[in-house]
Design a protein around this ligand. Sequence first.
Ligand code: MOS
Length: 684
Amino acid sequence: MKNAVGVAQPRVEGRAKVTGAARYAADVPVPGLAFGVVVLSTVSRGRVLDVDVSAVQDMAGVLGVIDHRNAPRLDPAAGGFFGPDGQLQLLQDEVIPFAGRPVALVVAETLEQARTAAEALPVTYDEEPHDTAFSADHPASRPAVTIFDEPVDVGDVEAELAASSVVVEERYRTPEEHCSAMEPHSATAWWEGERLEAIDSDQAPFSIARTLATLFSLSPDLVHVRTEHVGGGFGSKGLCGPQLILAAMAALLFGRPVRVTLTRPQVFLATAMRPATDQLVRIGADADGRLRAIHHEAAFEISPLVEYLEGCTELTKTLYAARAIRTRLSAVPLDILPPYSMRGPGAAPGSFALESAMDEVAERLGVDPLELRLRNEPVTGPVSGLPFSSRNLVACLREGARRFGWDTRDHRPRRRREGALLTGTGLAATSFSAGAFPSSATITAEPDGTFTVAIGATDLGTGARTALTAIAADALAVGTERIRLRISDSGLGPAWGAGGSRGTTSWGWAIIEAAEKLRAQGCRGTVTADTTGSLGGLPARERHSFSAVFAEVTVDPMTGEVRVRRLLGMFAVGRVVNPLMARSQVVGGMIGGLSMALHEEGLRDPVSGRHVNADFAGYHIAAHADVPDIEADFVPDHEPGIPMGVKGAGEIGNVGTAAAIANAVWHATGVRQRSLPIRLDRVL
Ligand code: MOS
């Protein structure tokens, strides 16, 4: 019996996707469907004065309008990790907390009729002064919540900085960025008596069904959320989205199934974004390159509607040995769309700051940036003192440097020209936290010799179906053709969502435990396993994936145009379940990092407080023409605490790339890039 794990296999649903047979949330036929179109607030703060329903209610096909006067009441306790979430409280009052807040839903027989009426719906506002201007020294700044990325103080940072030969102290800024999944958020909801059924585009059907149940004051077993295929999420589909809440409301009021699909601008304005950050990094080093102190403080923006944490300082506790480490996070409440997790939340902007500052330390010391990292490799967790479960950052750095040809680099800036272009190279080291969350899986041995494996996982297009099929096949010691995988359904039991780079670890573990139980009873009948207990037995360790990213850029000194010519990433992500898809995943992440470095920036008009580039015409994401040949590969790695030895490859590809590119732009030009994106006007 050959193992399926570790073998490059194409996606099990690949054929369905390329032939158009795969259905996304808005594709699923539902009889008797009506369509809801959302109307968003155009003001950044104030109150709804009037929604003039009479202007549209006689338009063709219109069934009605829902606004704060007739919307079903929602339970204000509903929320998630960060407590009650005011962003979920749609149409509950006339208050406008940000531009993009839904103020009405127009429901009609067809999508076109609903859209026409929504565009014609007069909404008037009592506008109040807003504040959407983020800065680290904003008077409303306050310490951030202390879950996930607690502030730390190890040693005496000030004394160590004072004793350092070289001190770098700089601020780094990153803008608002948008998740921008290819598939817009869409939900269809209907009621079967007391029971709420929904088809939603999301990353976490189980937890979202729970949230929906709380919102509508229903017993959790009365709410059923499914997704079939999902066209990306990047964090923005981890929450119970406005499409789902509004579709459920409309289905209740109009007594039939209602589908709500956000438009592309609505996805930008009403779902989730990465907050802007402003980070201070101070690093002190001895002349021999040993770090004495790292001080990393990050401010980010939030909404008063709900807490959120952009954990920018998490890597700072992991990557390098230093006698003193101090981290702080602060939040600035503004009248903006509530920020939420996006593509390596915290780590991506945090790594840009830390790894840019490390490059500046190398410059000031006159040492190779690669050598600087190697000299500060910690033996145990620099803050926790815990052993690393496994740490193969040095292997990533050395193998990456070898393949990239780093050893011939002249470390002085602005030395290489090719014709009219300046060229340069840069690198960054990265980590991303690894681990698993409790999940449950059920396996049934079918009479025909196949096995039905059911788990509330979701495949965002990353290959979860394929990976879990392979894991189940190996765990049951059968071929993959005997595995019938069922995912994407809240009715399949508690499971972690597709996020936090923990999908494969969390779900695979549950499947392996269920398979062990089934084999122990002779591969007959049905078993359910839940990993809550096993997870509790995990020894305390520093668990992270690691990587090293190398970039080569060209810069046109006449125009400031930066082109990335080469990207190379070496990754230590534990055991690789499927080398083909894992490579695609980290390459996709690196493209996201390139996009963050050079292109992505949500822009606001300070007068209105509104996003002015809330679409793909104004908000550029790296396209094929922007993306060079990318080389990505894996060094041998194994996570000893977790069955399968997996750590997670979901987000780490996105982390590190921006700093590697910014460092390469400095190497080409001699100009430091401390604000993203690296726009033309910032290069020269
Ligand atoms: Mo995420 S940003 O783990 O969906």
